[in-house]
Write a protein that binds this ligand. Sequence first.
Ligand SMILES: O=C(O)CCC(=O)C(=O)O
Ligand SMILES: [Fe+2]
Length: 320
Amino acid sequence: MEIARVDLRGVVAGDLGWEATRATVTASMVAYGCVIITHDALGLDLCQAMFTRVLPDLFALPVEDKQRVDYQGQRPGWEWESLGIREPMNADNVREFTNILWSEGNPEIWQDHLPISFCRLEMIVSISKNMLTLEEMMEMLVLEGLGVREKSARGHLDLLRHSIRMSRYGEPQDRETSINMQPHCDDTMATMIVQHEVEGLEVHVGDGRWVAVPPEPGTITFMAGEQFTVVTNGRVPACLHRVRTPSSRERFSVLFGPRQKGGVAVCPLDDLVDAEHPLLYNPLNHEKYFKWRYSEEGLKFKDPLKVYCGVYKDEATAMV
Ligand SMILES: O=C(O)CCC(=O)C(=O)O
Ligand SMILES: [Fe+2]
């Protein structure tokens, strides 16, 4: 079986296509924690403008400016940097982010009779709103596919917060492997990745085999993070992925995804725990886990999630 590709255009809950899509999505999520979506929700023009204008402008700002917002980068040996915005569907949050980055002193540029600051804001908000709709649809498809009642699934969605991250990769430092982000699973609930023109995303499909997800226009990669493994009581594995860019071209990506709201433990959904499927994960306090997972101790383990909150530790305690 390959990672499923599903066309979500025109798919509506309860309609004819819904059940077939649900079966395909669920099977691929159970096997790889990953599905490739085709959708026009983001709009090709919007993506083009985002990747060729907004992102290059954003990352061209001086590091001192970028460090005034949620910025990661400047790691020795890593040609990678990333900027994040929480709840980017809310224009106020995006306005705050752009105002901090492009404070006075940056002359306003006009484009198609609109100030560029307005275009940037509109683009980020619009991409985020569309991503949120797709994200919730994907979670509903998988959860329903696993047998979760609609009400429980909606209750789960209400416990999420969202953020968008925009990343830039320079030339891979390791010319031999061309890897510019090492294999990992995200510690989120889910991540949706939009690529543009430059290759990079690869997904592990078992036995050391990696599959490249090509940066095709109109496609978005949906992947489960560790929190989703807990919520689904182990049915959906967190997707193991990495970034590898043999062309060495500069690469941008846009990532959108939910995590559990702060202070609310992540728990397996009741509908997914029964005699046939005993409880596999204890409630996960994300803040504490996050600190431990990236500590010297947490980094020793192959499956830190299981070590931290798994009911059965068995092979989880294997070291990296
Ligand atoms: O840039 C990408 O395609 C993936 C990035 C990623 O996996 C991450 O930031 O966690
Ligand atoms: Fe990732």
